[in-house]
Design a protein around this ligand. Structure first.
Ligand SMILES: *Cc1c(COP(=O)(O)O)cnc(C)c1O
Ligand SMILES: [Zn+2]
Length: 432
């Protein structure tokens, strides 16, 4: 049986080439579901391991290496790939120590072609757009989705259209969307409203929606988990920790782990920990009620990538938490920026939202939920250069309500050896 679109609520199925973004019967979210029984014989660790190091497209991509679990039936010649993925996993003993665990790895999704994990979803979505013959693709975005969409649309020769809020968009992301030639539309409305507008646009014009309501994006993002496990030689960590905004990534991680477990590629699942900013925490609040109550919030946080009050993939994230016996935590903007500064200081670096992963590990250790001996993988979602304003303002101690703990201040010197000597002896090195 081929892959189909399946409503996660009522189970209604649709052919893969239907251009729909919600269930026609009940309005529920759609999944791309694969025939796991049929894949059981073809999908093996060995198949994926043999493709490591190949120069052949699309299997040189860290998404399409796992094509059988992403979009098994799509013609490989239609795949739009930069190629993405193949991101590093760093052992970070000093940060592990700070967070209170023995073993912490950070997988850096900021190393994708446009600097965030969104590329893994976008290759899935734009490939499907091409397979469907679509010429125009659109999204609403806090920034990284629009940067990624703009790049992949341009690469595929399609028109990219991005809707964003007319304030608080990080400069690195905005400059990408402009440079890649997308039609950029600034709107006096927040992300949640802009997403509604995109869906109305798609219905009125022949435009393909590439927000994470598009399930082909989540299929691409599953590859973060598959690639991470392969890099750990299929040794399953105890925890995977990631930031939660619109919750597409959390949803994708859960689906990937569930499928890998069902297919027998791993013999257990890691527990998923989703970390939200205190000012954008609807999942955390709902988690506190055992998911009995869910209420959108008016979002505010310095981490603009997760400044989302009504996450589209909420039901799928809840499902992911149930599948993986997961937990949710919240961290303050102070904690986010402190953790980011520490990650930056290792020479690794990330954008503010990614700080959630490290801050969250420490918080969950303090709460006695993550144990010192547990093996933890944190996901860094975006590149340091996405939001340079936040970084510079932090080190100037110029962020309202945030205190820079060990700011790296710029010294002023006269153009003389004496003046430089006064700064450089003894060592000016600060430590973590
Ligand atoms: C999109 C994004 C997030 C949030 O991911 P969701 O899938 O929306 O939860 C976090 N960090 C960065 C850098 C992002 O671009
Ligand atoms: Zn339905």
């Amino acid at each position: 049986m081929a892959s189909v679109l399946t409503c996660m609520d009522c189970g209604q199925q649709y052919p893969l080439d239907s251009v729909i973004f919600a269930c026609g019967v009940c309005g529920g979210l759609l999944d791309v579901t694969h025939d796991l029984e049929a894949l059981r014989t073809t999908v093996t660790r060995d198949l994926f391991d043999r493709r490591l190091g190949t120069l052949d497209a699309p299997y040189n991509s860290g998404v399409w290496r796992y094509k059988e679990l992403i979009n098994p039936d799509v013609d490989p010649s239609l795949v739009v790939s930069r190629p993405e993925g193949n991101t590093n996993v760093y052992a970070t003993p000093r940060l592990a120590d700070w967070a209170g665990v023995d073993t912490l790895f950070l997988k850096h999704e900021g190393e994708n072609p446009t600097g965030s994990f969104k590329d893994r979803g976008m290759t899935g979505g734009v490939t499907q757009a091409r397979a469907l013959g679509m010429k125009r693709v659109a999204c609403a975005s806090t920034g990284n989705t629009s940067a990624s969409l703009a790049a992949y649309a341009a690469f595929a020769g399609m028109e990219g259209i991005v809707l964003f809020q007319n304030k608080n968009i990080a400069v690195g992301k905005l400059s990408q969307a402009i440079a890649y030639g997308a039609t950029c539309i600034a709107i006096a409305a927040d992300f949640d409203r802009n997403l509604e507008l995109v869906r109305e646009l798609a219905a009125a014009f022949d435009i393909y929606v590439l927000n994470s309501v598009n399930p082909f994006r989540l299929e691409g993002q599953k590859s973060i988990m598959i690639e991470m496990l392969q890099q750990l030689r299929w040794n399953v960590p105890d925890w995977v920790v990631c930031p939660g905004g619109n919750l597409g990534n959390s949803a994708a991680f859960g689906k990937a782990l569930y499928e890998l477990y069902t297919l027998g590629l791993v013999n257990r699942m890691p527990r998923l920990a989703i970390i939200q900013a205190e000012g954008a925490n609807p999942l955390y609040r709902s988690y506190q009620t055992g998911f009995e109550v869910y209420e959108p919030v008016h979002a505010h946080t310095i981490a603009t990538a997760i400044k989302i009050g009504n996450p589209v993939s909420y039901p799928k994230a809840v499902r992911a938490l149930r599948w993986t016996n997961g937990v949710v935590a919240e961290v303050s903007d102070q904690e986010i920026m402190e953790a980011k500064a520490l990650i930056d200081r290792q020479g690794i670096g990330c954008e503010p939202a990614s700080g959630c992963s490290l801050a969250g590990v420490r918080k969950l250790v303090d709460a006695g939920i993550i144990q010192r001996g547990d093996t933890v993988v944190g996901i860094l979602t975006g590149h340091l250069l996405k939001d340079p304003d936040a970084t510079i303002a932090y080190h100037r101690d110029a962020l309202a309500g945030i205190h820079a703990v060990e700011p790296n201040r710029i010294f002023d010197a006269e153009p003389t050896l004496e003046s430089l000597g006064a700064i450089l002896s003894p060592s000016t090195l600060t430590h973590v």
